[in-house]
Design a binder for this molecule. Sequence first.
Ligand SMILES: [Zn+2]
Length: 259
Amino acid sequence: MDTFIEDLLIQQLQIVSFHCLKYEDNKWHTCSKIGEKSCDEINGELCDNLTEIRFDAFSNKIRVRNILEIDSGDISSLINKRLISNVLTLKIWDQTISIDQLKLIGSFVKICEFFDVSVKSNKQNDASLAEIIQCFPMLEDFTLSGSSISVNISSKTVKELLKIPHFSKIKYFFLQNISDKFDIEEFYNSFLKKNKTMDVKLSFDSNISETFKQKLSTIVNEILESETTDFWPPMFYGKFGEIKNKLSDARVRYCQIKQ
Ligand SMILES: [Zn+2]
């Protein structure tokens, strides 16, 4: 073990601070910034040159200040019992995680990226998107992507999201593989049409119905025909032809005017 960590443990600190922490290949890795003062540079980026650290070699609580990355594997023992999270950036790949674990991690998270992540509200049920967003009161940048998103999207998703006070503070919001249960008309009329500050990118599942494609097309046409710059046009991705390029132009126009 690093002699610096040994020093901290000898001092019998109850909590040892880490800057970056990454779980990969069933092992924890950390950067060289260990101890409260060396962790002050919070930039949300993973440092280079991570080395393995064995948390079973000592029993202190572990505070993570900068970034936590989890790439599959079982993280329960550390997260549930020992982690104190001041994490700015949270990235998770290929993992099933519970809402309770996200609450433990999420208080300071501003950047959250999930790739093929399944979030459970209890043993049986998938958490709703709103339940996930509620774990991150400081959230600014949210990406939910993967080959198949197991997060619950229902006809209630939009209403639930819009009820969350901090939802409108998000600056970047990207969802992938959205099903046609998503109430796109409600999202457009109640939120997108007034939105000036959130970069919204929605990528729709390839199996969405013709009716849903028609709804998307109506929204896109309304945005384009109005030529408005009163709100930030969203980006829609999916298999529906020309929509993407047309929205791109409208988005560029909005961003130029707002600069
Ligand atoms: Zn670091």
